[in-house]
Structures are given as structure tokens and as C-alpha cells.
Design a protein around this ligand. Structure first.
Ligand SMILES: *Cc1c(COP(=O)(O)O)cnc(C)c1O
Length: 394
């Protein structure tokens, strides 16, 4: 591709904005399961669940087919049904709101904090009605939400707190791993996330009743538990007692997850190095704004976002995006406000309900951040951003 600003692009080969890292140990772990009697949910799934509990301190974990299914299961466990309202952030992947629709409920969007870009606890409180049943708070880019404040609000209004921690595996809030803090915490192990199972997810909780409901939900609502059966004529006899789904994780996905989890610390350390380098440089560029961190969050960063100050530049985000892309830097925009999607517009959601989120959306760009990004890659990202911003500054 030709650089829009003329001359050679900053890089010959393009860098993606995110990428998984798979080593020989991962491949061996998956191979071993493929030679074993169990392919789908078996001993490796249980082992993965135990590892997630060990890491986070949560009492129970249910591994599931993906992060979206995890959110669906969490909403189901929380008892979301027709007519219920659930408050969430507009700056998230659509799945954080879709899971409410799956249960017949209504997503209600509360605006974000202008500096941390996470859901603003005060805005949550403003959106509570007598129909509100739960809050889905998203640890955007990996930074923990203000859990104490949000938990306080949930307690006061008798709401269930679901933490969408798809971005924040490994993150600590006040020294405690996310996973055992909210009523239900969901993770995703999609390849672009900090660790991967190919596809995969999990829900963590300290509540035994939620745990049992979600185990049934993951596998058709069918049970062999003698306490739940109406009769028990032979070994293997089973009955369907709830309306569940087939959301099972396979044992080879779980084996990959276990192997990846061993690398979480090295992954996190490298991500932090890159984030520090970006912060150093970008905080000194007057045309850019970087994400503010709350001191309570010890963040394992999943995404790195730069915000442009539109009024200091001759062009908008889309032009900056195109110019950087032409320098062979892979980018994304996380996220378009959920209610801007045509599906949500057709449901009747109007633009203007979360002005802080809407203003953010116009000015953000996600730049490359992943474990195997080299120092040289980081230098070219910085060089390209600096070049494009200098070219277009007023
Ligand atoms: C990735 C993601 C999900 C969905 O996870 P999948 O495993 O892709 O289904 C949900 N919420 C957020 C915030 C995500 O980033």
C-alpha cells in the first residue's frame, strides 16, 4: 500500500492490532487430549475451571463455549426475564447488551466516565427504575470498573452485579483478582484476548445456586444428579429439568486454556512494558489523550487506545485511521456505541442518550498491543502515529 502522506510507509509489512501467541507446549497439550478418550467436556474442562478458581480466588467456575455464552449464562443465573431492565455501558462489544435481549430483558445504557472510559457509577444510579434487575459492568480495555462504588449501588437497590471481564483476566482491584468480586464475572478466551482457547469463555461466582444453574444451562438443562431426578431406574438415566443450550467447551479447548494460563504472567508483563512505552510517548503529544487509570486497578491491559483531540487536528478520526493504516499499522475502533448499531436503532434506541460515550467514539483508535509485538514493532507504531499527527496538526 502507498502511504497517504507520500513516500514509503513506516513499515513494509503490516502489523495487526491484536494476535494470539501459541507455543509448542500449547500444541502438545491439545495433541494429548486428541489422543485421549474425551474430546468434549471432560477432565480438562474441570481442571481449567479449578485453575481459574485458584487464580482469582472465586469459589466456582463454569467453563463455556465462548464469552457471549458466558454472558447469556450469567443473565440466566441472575434470573433476567421479560420486562427486566439491565444497565450496561454503550462502549463495549454488542454481546454485553445482546445477552439481556436473549433473556427477553431490556438493556439500558448508562454513560461513561470521561477520563477512565468505564461506566460511571453516578450514571448507573440515574438509570435505575423499579424494573432494574442487574448491572453489567465492563472492565473496558482491562481496567477494573469502580467495583466498590458499583457494588454499593447494587446492594442499595437490590441488583445483581455481573462483571464482563472479557478484557481483564489477570487484573486486580485493590489487590484482589477480578473473578470473585462481583456476583458473577464472565471471561472470554477468543484469540484476540489475553489468553485463548480458540473459542471459549467462563463464568466465575461465589454463589452455589448460580453455579448449579449455569452447569445445567451449559448442557441442555439435562441432569443425572439423583437429587434432581424424578426417578432413577439405571446408571446414565437423565432428565431435562430446565431449558438449557449446548454451550459446552471441549476438552482440547480447555487443555489449550490451561497451557495458556501458565503464560499469563509473562503475557501480562510484556503487555505492561508496551503500555508504559506508549504512555511515555503519547502523553507528551498535545494532540492526543490517553486513558486515565484509577489507582485501585492493577491493570492487565488488553487494548491500547489513543484518543485524538479533534479540535487540534485538520482532519477527523477516520482520516487519521486511513493514514495510519496506509503506514501499515493495524487498527480497530473499540467501540461504536452499542445503540448505534442498526439492530438497536430499529429497537427504538435514540442517539444522544450517552453524550460522553458518543464523543469518545468519534475520537478513538485502537493501536497494536499483544505479547509478541517486538520493540521494533512498537517503535514503528510510535513513529507512524507521530508522523501522521504531525502532518495533520493545526
Ligand atoms: C470478546 C468480548 C465478548 C464476547 O466474547 P466471545 O468469546 O467473543 O463470545 C464480550 N464482551 C466483551 C467486552 C468482549 O470484548
Amino acid at each position: 500500500m502507498l502511504a497517504i502522506l507520500g513516500g514509503k510507509p513506516t513499515r513494509e509489512e503490516s502489523i495487526p492490532y491484536g494476535k494470539q501467541y501459541i507455543d509448542e507446549d500449547d500444541i502438545r497439550a491439545v495433541n494429548e487430549v486428541l489422543r485421549s478418550p474425551y474430546l468434549t467436556t471432560g477432565p480438562k474442562v474441570e481442571e481449567f475451571e479449578n485453575k481459574l478458581c485458584e487464580l482469582t480466588g472465586a469459589k466456582y467456575a463454569v467453563a463455556i463455549s465462548n464469552g457471549t455464552a458466558a454472558l447469556h449464562a450469567a443473565c440466566y443465573a441472575a434470573g433476567i426475564t421479560a420486562g427486566d431492565e439491565v444497565i450496561t455501558t454503550p462502549i463495549t462489544f454488542a454481546a454485553s447488551a445482546n445477552c439481556v435481549l436473549y433473556c427477553g430483558g431490556k438493556p439500558v445504557f448508562a454513560d461513561i466516565d470521561p477520563d477512565t472510559w468505564n461506566i460511571d457509577p453516578e450514571e448507573i444510579e440515574k438509570k435505575i427504575t423499579d424494573k432494574t434487575k442487574a448491572v453489567i459492568a465492563v472492565d473496558f480495555t482491562g481496567q477494573a470498573v469502580q467495583l466498590d462504588e458499583i457494588k454499593g449501588i447494587c446492594k442499595k437497590h437490590n441488583l445483581i452485579l455481573i462483571e464482563d471481564a472479557a478484557h481483564s483476566l489477570g487484573t486486580k482491584y485493590k489487590g484482589v483478582h477480578v473473578g470473585g468480586i462481583a456476583d458473577l464475572t464472565t471471561f472470554s478466551f477468543h484469540p484476540v484476548k489475553t489468553i485463548t482457547c480458540g473459542e471459549g469463555g467462563a463464568i466465575l461466582t461465589n454463589n452455589e445456586e448460580f453455579y448449579k444453574k449455569m452447569q445445567l444451562f451449559r448442557s441442555h438443562g439435562i441432569t443425572r444428579d439423583p437429587f434432581l431426578l424424578t426417578r432413577n431406574p439405571f446408571k446414565g438415566y437423565n432428565e431435562q429439568v430446565e431449558l438449557g443450550y449446548n454451550y459446552r467447551m471441549t476438552d482440547f479447548q480447555a487443555a489449550l486454556g490451561i497451557s495458556q494460563l501458565k503464560k499469563l504472567e509473562v503475557f501480562s508483563k510484556r503487555r505492561a512494558e508496551i503500555v508504559n512505552r506508549y504512555n511515555e510517548v503519547f502523553s507528551r503529544i498535545p494532540q492526543l489523550v490517553i486513558q486515565k487509570e484509577i489507582p485501585e486497578s492493577e491493570t492487565v491491559r488488553h487494548l491500547y487506545i489513543i484518543r485524538i483531540k479533534s479540535d487540534s487536528l485538520k482532519v477527523g478520526r477516520d482520516e487519521i485511521y486511513k493514514a495510519l493504516n496506509a503506514e501499515n499499522i493495524g487498527l480497530q475502533v473499540h467501540y461504536i456505541p452499542v445503540y448505534y448499531h442498526p439492530y438497536y436503532q430499529a429497537l427504538g434506541y435514540k442517539r444522544g442518550i450517552c453524550p460522553v460515550a458518543e464523543a469518545l467514539y468519534e475520537e478513538i483508535l485502537t493501536i497494536p498491543l499483544y505479547y509478541s509485538l517486538t520493540d521494533e514493532d512498537v517503535r514503528s507504531v510510535i513513529e507512524a502515529v507521530t508522523k501522521v499527527i504531525n502532518y495533520y496538526r493545526k
